[in-house]
Every structure is written in structure tokens, then in C-alpha cells.
Design a binder for this molecule. Structure first.
Ligand code: MSP
Length: 425
């Protein structure tokens, strides 16, 4: 099964964010990257659909709400509107914002669950093992041991669950990765995922009985659907999968790009394609993982207490400067450090003195020498021919770099042209 890109349209998604706490700059990073890609696709005349949203069910949210003394509904609604409000202030050009508590989503998730069950990939069993509430993940460790991913203490769960026959997809997934080398990026993610699948896939539990805050299993309401099954389906339910009007789904599925953080690649590169293969649906064309935004040497996160609010940067410097800084400073796919010193340096050096100064010189000269109106171009001088060549070269270098998500290199190239134009002036 190969899945070739479709040049005419482009569907891209951010992960949907947990509503256990307010957004910070780490969340803004993924969203800003996705937004930059969406803007470029649209500028190139490609019919683009850009989805973001919030992941609102599960034990993590249920407990956060309890701690805050609110119902999960109220709690989730308040934080979801913080996310949406922030994206609006940052000028994020999303086409749709899905909340997993919406009816359109619930319908689609239940349809996907029922489809897998009807096709013989779901069975009832009992699960005893460790669960990490923070990652909402089943983890293969001994009772009392910490989560191998996040280091938090795991809980012993012993429940009757529905299982998905993930083991049946081991070979199919490996073949799929082989036939679609562009499916996962960066290479480190690809290697990690392939070695995980090669080490053998156990069936995975896709329902819970210990909590109520989730989407009921159709026909067996004592169970709620496992929050990752629920969450991943957002990429289809937002397009109308499971509703009477699924025109958008027909047009935009499969997704061209799921942009994700590197720690959730197993869910997106193993579980998600397996669910889709089991349902007889096309698999996304690519999953690309960004690295982490670090602050004071650690992943920026609420639990570490090292977060920077996107609002802080936005209020002082604006969203264009923030977008430029994140794309220029962090080589995509790697972890990158956020510091106010680097931000100010880039702002002053690249934006104010570099690009800003060039724009201001051009505007001033047009006013001073040409009465504010650009004259027609005269015969081309040698200096102008060189600048034109340089512009052509810049475009030729910028496009592949950007399309490979090497934003930092793409911008570096652009700034060479800024300097050369400045020299010409
Ligand atoms: N709800 C799940 C995703 C479900 S997608 C079907 C989830 N939510 S999350 O809120 O914990 O994280 C959402 C995204 O934000 C992830 O891609 C994560 O990597 C990203 N980030 C959160 N903190 C981050 C940084 N400090 N740096 C970069 N990205 C970060 O996982």
C-alpha cells in the first residue's frame, strides 16, 4: 500500500491539546509550525484545510477538574476557550477547531469503534497492568515502577476491557513503513517506531470501566472508549466522518500531514494506522514529529514549573516576531532552547536591523527620490542582474528547505537575500 501525495489539496493537523492546564509556549510551538505550513500551502494556491483542537476526555482531565472543584464539562470548556483564544490572538489561521466533547466527534468515534468491532478486530478481555494517567498510556512495567516515558508513578489497573487486535497488524505496519519511507520523520522517530513494532505488538485495551468521563462504547455503556482511541479519531470526525454530511471527509481524507510532538509518535505511527487499516480506511500520508521546546534545560511543561506563556512574548513583540523566532531558532525535529536573550537578539539583529531596516530604507528612498511612487524599471545594470540572479537562487533554495520542514535553513537563505539587497541599495 503506497500513499502518494495529492498536489491539489492539503490537509494538516496539530495534535489536540489536553485541557488539564492552560496553554504555554511549548503548545504554541507545534501550532505555529503548522500554521506556517498552512499559510505557505494556501499562498501556493493549494486547497488547504488546517485543523486544531482540544482533547478533553479521560482520567487526567477528570482528576484535574476534581482538584479544581469543577465538573469536567465546565473545566474542559474553560481551558478549551483559553486555547482557542490564544490561537486567535496569535493569528493562527486554523480552518476548524474540534473539541472532543462535541456531538459530531462522539458520533464519529462510536462509528469507528463499531466498525472495528463489526470487522472482527475487537474482543472483550480483562486487563491487569500499569497505567500512566499523565500520558494516558498503558505501560509495561512492574507495579510501583515509574512510567518509562515521563517518570511519574504508574497505577495498577485491573479491569474488564475491550481489546483491539493490534498484534494482527505487525507485519502490515512494517510493510507499510517500508513502502512509504516518507511516512515518518525525522529519521530518529522512524527508527524508534520500526524497532518498537519489530519487537512485537501486543493487543491493546481500547476501553475503560474505571471512569465515566469519556465516550460510551456503543451498546455497552459501562465502558468508555480509551482516550487515545477517542483523540486520534478527531482527525476524521472533524471532517464529518460518522455524520450524514461527510463531503469534507471525502475531499480531505487521508490527511497529508499530522504534525506531532516526538513523545506521541507511537500513538500516531503505530496505533492510528493500525486502527485505520482495520477499519478499511486510508492511512495518513505523513506524520512529522517536532522536538521539544526547552527552558532552563528541561522540556517546557507545567509539571516542571518552567513554562513561558506565549502571551508574554506576544504582548511585547507580536506574533510575527514569535513565529520568526521559533522557526529560525529551532532546527525542526530537534529539541531547542527558548531564552529571552536569544529572542531579543534575533528580534534586534534579524528583524529590526536586518529586515526592518531594509524595508524602512526602501520606503524612505521611494519617498525621497521618487515622490512616493515606484518608477518603472530602467535598463538593468550589472548590480541589478546579480541581485535578480540572487533572488531566483533564493527561491530555488527556500522552497525545498521549507517543504522538508527545514524552516531554519529556509529563513537563513532568505536573510542572505536581505543582506544582498541591502548591499545593492
Ligand atoms: N492530547 C494528546 C495529543 C492527542 S493527538 C490525537 C497530548 N496532548 S498534550 O497537550 O500533552 O500535548 C500536545 C502537543 O503539545 C504534543 O505534540 C506535545 O509534544 C506538544 N508540547 C507540549 N509541550 C511541549 C514543549 N515544551 N515543546 C514542544 N512541544 C510541546 O499529547
Amino acid at each position: 500500500m503506497t500513499n502518494e501525495p495529492s498536489p491539489a489539496r492539503f490537509y494538516l493537523t496539530t495534535p489536540i491539546y489536553y485541557v488539564n492546564a492552560r496553554p504555554h509556549l511549548g503548545h504554541a510551538y507545534s501550532t505555529i509550525v503548522c500554521d506556517a505550513i498552512a499559510r505557505r500551502k494556501r499562498a501556493m494556491g493549494i486547497d488547504t484545510w488546517f485543523l486544531t483542537g482540544t482533547d478533553e476526555h479521560g482520567q487526567k482531565i477528570e482528576r484535574s477538574a476534581q482538584l479544581a472543584g469543577r465538573t469536567p464539562q465546565e473545566f474542559a470548556a474553560a481551558i478549551a476557550s483559553e486555547f482557542r483564544g490564544l490561537w486567535d490572538r496569535l493569528g493562527i489561521t486554523y480552518d476548524d477547531f474540534i473539541r472532543t466533547t462535541e456531538e459530531r466527534h462522539k458520533r464519529g468515534v462510536q462509528k469507528l469503534f463499531a466498525t472495528l468491532r463489526d470487522r472482527g478486530f475487537v474482543y472483550k478481555g480483562s486487563y491487569t497492568g500499569q497505567y500512566c494517567v499523565s500520558d494516558e498510556a498503558w505501560v509495561d512495567v512492574l507495579p510501583g515502577a515509574p512510567c518509562p516515558d515521563c517518570g511519574r508513578i504508574t497505577e495498577t489497573v485491573s479491569e474488564e476491557n475491550y481489546f483491539f487486535k493490534l498484534s494482527a497488524f505487525e507485519r502490515k505496519l512494517l510493510e507499510f513503513y517500508e513502502e512509504n519511507p516518507g511516512f515518518m520523520q525525522p529519521e530518529s522517530t522512524r527508527r524508534e517506531v520500526i524497532s518498537f513494532v519489530r519487537s512485537g505488538l501486543a493487543d491493546v485495551s481500547i476501553s475503560r470501566t474505571a471512569l465515566k468521563w469519556g465516550i460510551p462504547v456503543p451498546g455497552d455503556e459501562d465502558h468508555v472508549i480509551y482516550v487515545w482511541f477517542d483523540a486520534l479519531a478527531n482527525y476524521m470526525t472533524a471532517l464529518g466522518y460518522g455524520s450524514d454530511d461527510d463531503q469534507k471527509f471525502q475531499k480531505f481524507w487521508p490527511a497529508d500531514l499530522h504534525l506531532i510532538g516526538k513523545e506521541i509518535s507511537r500513538f500516531h505511527c503505530v496505533y492510528w494506522p493500525a486502527f485505520l487499516m482495520a477499519a478499511g480506511l486510508p492511512v495518513p500520508r505523513s506524520v512529522k514529529a517536532n522536538g521539544w521546546l526547552l527552558f532552563d534545560q528541561g522540556k517546557m511543561s507545567k509539571s516542571r514549573g518552567n513554562i513561558v506563556r506565549a502571551e508574554t512574548v506576544h504582548t511585547v513583540l507580536g506574533s510575527d516576531a514569535l513565529r520568526y523566532f521559533l522557526l529560525r531558532e529551532i532546527p525542526f525535529g530537534q529539541d531547542g532552547n527558548f531564552s529571552f536573550e536569544a529572542l531579543v537578539q534575533r528580534y534586534n539583529g534579524d528583524l529590526a536591523n536586518g529586515y526592518g531596516n531594509l524595508v524602512s530604507r526602501v520606503v524612505n528612498m521611494v519617498h525621497k527620490y521618487f515622490g512616493g511612487v515606484l518608477p518603472d524599471a530602467g535598463p538593468e545594470t550589472a548590480a541589478e542582474a546579480a541581485l535578480r540572479e540572487s533572488a531566483i537562487r533564493t527561491i530555488a533554495e527556500f522552497s525545498p528547505a521549507f517543504d522538508e520542514l527545514n524552516f531554519s535553513d529556509a529563513l537563513k537563505t532568505l536573510w542572505v537575500l536581505v543582506a544582498e539587497t541591502d548591499g545593492y541599495l
